[in-house]
Design a protein around this ligand. Structure first.
Ligand SMILES: CC(C)(COP(=O)(O)OP(=O)(O)OC[C@H]1O[C@@H](n2cnc3c(N)ncnc32)[C@H](O)[C@@H]1OP(=O)(O)O)[C@@H](O)C(=O)NCCC(=O)NCCS
Length: 189
């Protein structure tokens, strides 16, 4: 179950970022605090801003049929406050699932839905995702979602890998026999 991050998600986000060992790839970014409370507020505020200005930010992920439970993570699109992006041209995807809920397919299922939203409702043509070379879980998630390795880049804490997914490849993947569907045009699912 997905819905845009809201102020009430702050404690859950703070708990998520407090697990430094699990969240290592989002820590120690120059110019950004690594304090869990600061990070939680930073992610929340920029997501609220992104939804208000561009209609796409981070969605909180909850267990199905547990609308009262704290979010177990988030997925969506990375935009900094003030970014002058055109979601139809280029979006950057990002995600995190609490350690207790990781490895059960939640990130893949939830992110497939936000990609669908981006390509069908926001008219996105191209989505990129960046991670550390050693973040095998994130790289595997990208591959499973149809992203392909594009090139090495320097971003965030240093050397990173850039993966991309274009609209045509996404459409082709959707038509493939193994595709598992699920479409909603609403902001919350
Ligand atoms: C990356 C992350 C969101 C993946 O979430 P998840 O719920 O475990 O992902 P899924 O269960 O949907 O699994 C996606 C794929 O990754 C694989 N995977 C999961 N954990 C893995 C690990 N530690 N090492 C290698 N592959 C892994 C799964 O087997 C699956 O591959 P498959 O489709 O071949 O079976 C999660 O590990 C996480 O939150 N990490 C910390 C935050 C982070 O690093 N975010 C990304 C910053 S760029």
């Amino acid at each position: 179950m997905l819905r845009p991050l809201a102020r009430g998600d702050l404690p859950a986000l703070e708990n998520l970022f407090a697990d430094r060992e699990h969240m290592w790839d989002l820590m120690d970014i120059p110019g950004r605090s690594s304090d869990p409370g600061d990070l939680a507020r930073y992610y929340l505020e920029r997501s609220l801003w992104a939804f208000e200005h561009h209609g796409a930010g981070m969605w909180g992920i909850r267990e199905k049929d547990r609308s009262d439970a704290p979010i177990m993570g988030y997925t969506g699109f990375v935009m900094d406050i003030g970014d002058d992006v055109n979601p139809a041209e280029r979006l950057e995807a990002g995600w995190a699932i609490a350690r207790r809920a990781a490895g059960r397919g939640h990130a893949a299922e939830a992110t497939a839905r936000v990609l669908e939203h981006a390509f069908t409702d926001l008219g996105a043509h191209y989505i990129q995702a960046i991670t550390s070379p050693h973040n095998l879980a994130s790289r595997r998630l990208m591959s499973r979602l149809g992203f392909t390795y594009d090139r090495d880049v320097v971003a965030y804490q240093g050397p990173q890998v850039l993966y991309t997914l274009g609209r045509q490849d996404w459409l082709a993947e959707r038509r493939s026999p193994g595709h598992r569907g699920g479409v909603s045009r609403e902001a919350s699912w």
